[in-house]
Design a protein around this ligand. Sequence first.
Ligand SMILES: Nc1ncnc2c1ncn2[C@@H]1O[C@H](COP(=O)(O)OP(=O)(O)OP(=O)(O)O)[C@@H](O)[C@H]1O
Ligand SMILES: [Mg+2]
Length: 283
Amino acid sequence: MERASDLALATAGNGSMNGSAHGSMASPLLEIRRICKTFPGARRTVVALNDVSLEVRKGEFVCLVGPSGCGKTTLLRVIDGLERADAGTMVLDGQPLAGVSRDMAYVFQDINLLPWRSVLENVALGLEVRNVGNKERRERAMEALQMVGLHDVAESAPYTLSGGMQQRVGVARALAVRPKLFLMDEPFGQLDNFTREVLQVEVARLFSRIEATVVFVTHDVDEAIFLADRVALFHTNPGRITDVVDIDLPRPRWEYDVRADARAIELRSRITQHLGAGRYLVR
Ligand SMILES: Nc1ncnc2c1ncn2[C@@H]1O[C@H](COP(=O)(O)OP(=O)(O)OP(=O)(O)O)[C@@H](O)[C@H]1O
Ligand SMILES: [Mg+2]
């Protein structure tokens, strides 16, 4: 039987019929090959990632979907260098990845803005650790805030912002870094449906415009279908990729009702069946 890792690599070459989120692209920006990660413990040992392989092309939007505990966050953390893999290799833009890379930006589910800093200073945080000078830091942070429509509140305290605005600040913080790769871990998971949908459209528009390459974790199959060029489906125990689905829907997807689209309904059915008839899905 075909192994999941081979499957992920094989399907990596098939672009969506309608191109990616951001036009045509060929070369993989990120190559993940046969990553394994086990968390040993006295009570239980967890195989969080078992032989996980995936390629993400330049300008591609890939969603990771799967039940809780299947290793999605672990994979992002391994890619970002926050966690060390037990085995396997990763290459970003032709360079082997080892440790924390400055070429990636991570958007967390819980943005955790520093309350004693202004919105602008929070956005500039990633630039500080990259030793970008004060003037350039402010300029780039302001530009990123403009991109997410928050330049008016640059000098405000984070607690004065709504939940949706705070998530936008998190996106701006990543944008300011101008990374080669965006890693996003359920960035809209804690928002109400309406705000989430607004942010989905904003992110789709913005990332399409800047031709961003994105690995995006979500529990929400509709969100994945709206945003992704491809969806990697995870299973748990051990955590692994069991299928990669091309989302061959026309773009831009904010110009029509994706959820009512016949092909989107087929894709959703295929994904939810694969994940276990929807019983794992948490919206
Ligand atoms: N630092 C750690 N120490 C021990 N076990 C861990 C650690 N980090 C993750 N795990 C375990 O690894 C497995 C995968 O966790 P991970 O957080 O990657 O799942 P996930 O797919 O992101 O889940 P969720 O959808 O709930 O966020 C889980 O069983 C988790 O308990
Ligand atoms: Mg997680």
